[in-house]
Design a protein around this ligand. Sequence first.
Ligand code: HEC
Length: 371
Amino acid sequence: MQSSRFRKAVTFSVGVFLFFQDKSHAEHDPARDTLIVETLIRLDKTDVEDNEKLKSAVLRHLDTNEGTERYIDLIQKFSIHDRDNKLVELALKGAGPLSVQALKILLNRKAIQPLEGVFQGTDDEKKAVLIRQLGFANTDTAREMIAGFITDKKYNTSFRSKAAEALASTPKGQRQILELVKNKTLPDDLHFAVANLLLTSTDASIQQEASMHLKLPQTLDNKPLPPLTELVEMKGDATNGKKVFSTICAACHKLGDTGIEFGPSLAEIGNKLAKDGLYSSILDPSAAVSHGFDGYILNTNDDDIAMGYVVSETKEDITLKMAGGISSTFKNADIKTKKKMEVSLMPANLQMAMKRQDLIDLVEFLTTLKK
Ligand code: HEC
């Protein structure tokens, strides 16, 4: 008690001293701010909430050090709460331990709100970065948050599978996903992503338990496929892959002069996606729906149902392109309901129509489709 009162008194006088010692100084001299901060640290006087002047000196000093290790360090030392959005910004910078540290300060304080701001926003790129960082943060609060996203259908499949990936980046997180699997709360659309994550766990017991509940997709030869990490290592025959493409995929993807134009052009898909991405887009099409290809289901007043993606929309009508490549226009007045589909217009389980080697050949062929 005694010593804390003493320290307070000393700090107070130091504060007064520093502020009034030299009136000729410019009002906000960075050097003086530094001196104040250093003195406060030495005095172990890091609670500046009760002294506006000291607090502003600390904040000014902070802002001149923005984005550095010292910045993070000072925010922590002085328990600064007014820079939460800056911490989020830092966390979003991605690479490096500073970003994760910034995130941890918020998590330790359970200051979830500024993070939720990002997740409720519309910037998918930011959401993807932040969820990955939360995985690296590796704290209970972070894991709880991520697990919440995995099961929340308000978020799309693509984001939730990124959440699963983030959670699976640590053994503790893998156990947590395994629990979701075991108590059957893992949403179906994440089965493929999660099977790949848990069946390749470096923890053999997780792998083994997961294999009792999760299976990778099967091909025509009735054998479950190996996980993606193994598939991408397998070599295929692109010439046979091209044949597989024309029998199964050309029904929706036009390549050169052949095929029907419904799905996106794959003419340069080898530039866009690496092998793992190519496998995912075939084995788990709903995990990432291409931009502009979101599916809609229309119910008309005379009980017609149409399913496709929107190619144009006006006040009066809406035009959908449907499988088969045909576009149809519907008057808004004739539409009873319009619902966005939760799954891709590209069907799942196409691999069941081919042998395992055919799939490997097909992906080999796709990698050759380049500019
Ligand atoms: C019934 C139609 C249909 C069939 C059959 C089909 N696709 Fe698709 N495909 C689509 C649609 C629609 C999309 C866009 C929606 C999406 O990304 O999920 C798409 C998207 C893709 C993408 C992602 C493209 C990108 O730019 O990201 C790839 C890759 C792909 N398909 C490959 C294939 C392959 C390989 C086959 C054959 C095994 C195939 N598709 C069969 C309709 C189809």
